[in-house]
Design a protein around this ligand. Sequence first.
Ligand code: PMV
Length: 362
Amino acid sequence: MNSFVINSVKGDINLGQVSWEAPSNIALVKYWGKKGLQLPMNSSLSLSLSSSKTKTTLSWRKKPKGEGLSFDLLFEGKKKVQFQNKISTFLERVEDKIPNLKDYHLEFDSENTFPHSVGIASSASSMASLALCLGSFAAYSGNESFLGDTFFEEVSSMARLGSGSACRSIYGGWASWGPYQIDNHEKGSDFYATPFTKIDPLFKEMSDFILIVDSSPKKVSSTKGHALMEGHPFAEARILQAENNMNKLVDSIIKGNWDVFQSVVENEALSLHSLMMSSKDPYILMHPRSLVVIEKIKEMRAKTGVKCCFTLDAGPNIHLLCPKSENTSIKRFIESNLQEFLENKNWIEDSVGSLGPKALEC
Ligand code: PMV
C-alpha cells in the first residue's frame, strides 16, 4: 500500500486537495512518431532533471451527478485558457481509469520552478505532476489499481495520455519507455515508462547545462512533428535506428563506455532534427547559433578531451551533458566561449535528479 499517496491528501473525498512536484526530463534516445493512442513508434530513454520541475495542486469538490467532466486550469493562480483543450482531451482519456472523476469539479493550479520563456519544454513535467495528483485522487477514492506497488506504473501510463514524454517524468534518474534488450532479455513497455537503474559509476552523477540559444515560442508543435512521421519516407529506417541506438546506449551506460554514449546521444539529437527537415512539410527548429554552439563544443572536446556531449529537444536550445566531475571545465568553457552566442547570455545549470517526483504538503 502506498500510504504516502493517501497521507498526502488534505481534506476528504467530498472536498480535498493534493500537491505533487514532477521533474522535467531530457531524452537521449528520442521518442518521435506515434501509433495508436499515444503509443511510441520507437523506444526512448531519458534523464530526469533535478531543478527544472512543475508543481501542481489538484483541488476537488463533489458535485451533483450527471453534469459530466468539469475543471478549471490555473497557472500560478491565474486562469490559463490556452491549454484548456489539451487538458480536456487528457481527462477524457483517463476517465476509463478513474470513472468517478466526472462526479467532481476539479481545479488544477501549476507552477514551474524554471523561468518563463527560456524555451524549456514544460509539457513533460506538467502532465506528469497532473497525472500524479490524479493518481493520488484515484487511490484516495479506493481505486484498486492505484493502491499498490503499481501506483507509479499506472500514473506513468496515465501521464502518457497527456504527453508521451511525461510518462518518463514519473521517475527520478534514468527512465525508459518502450521495449529494449538488456542481458538478452526484452524489458520495458509501450504503455508506461520504467526506471532504468543499471548505471555505471561514470554516469551516476551527471550535469545538464541548458544553453538558451533562442527562447521564442516553437514554430511547429511536437504534436504536428509526431504526426509528420506518419508516411515519412524514413519512418521505417528511423524505427530501426532508434532501437539500435537504444541497445547501444543501454550497453554503454551499464559498461561505463563514454565514447559510445557520446556518439549515440549526438546521433539521436541530430537525427531528430533531420527527420523534421526531411518530412513532407519540412521545417527547421534549430537556430543558426545552435550550429555555432555545437561546433564550439566539438572543437573544445577535440582539443581538451573533456567528457561532454550535446543533445537537443524539439527546439534550438542545447543541453550540454557531462559527468559532474567535469563541471568546472565546462562552466569555464561556457563563460569564455559560448556565452556570447546565447540569448541574453542565458544558461541554466541543472543535473540529473535521482529523487524524482515528490508529494508535497498542501
Ligand atoms: O511528449 P511530446 O509529445 O511533447 O514529445 C516529445 C518529443 C521529444 O521531446 C522531441 C523527444 C522525447 O522523447 O522527449
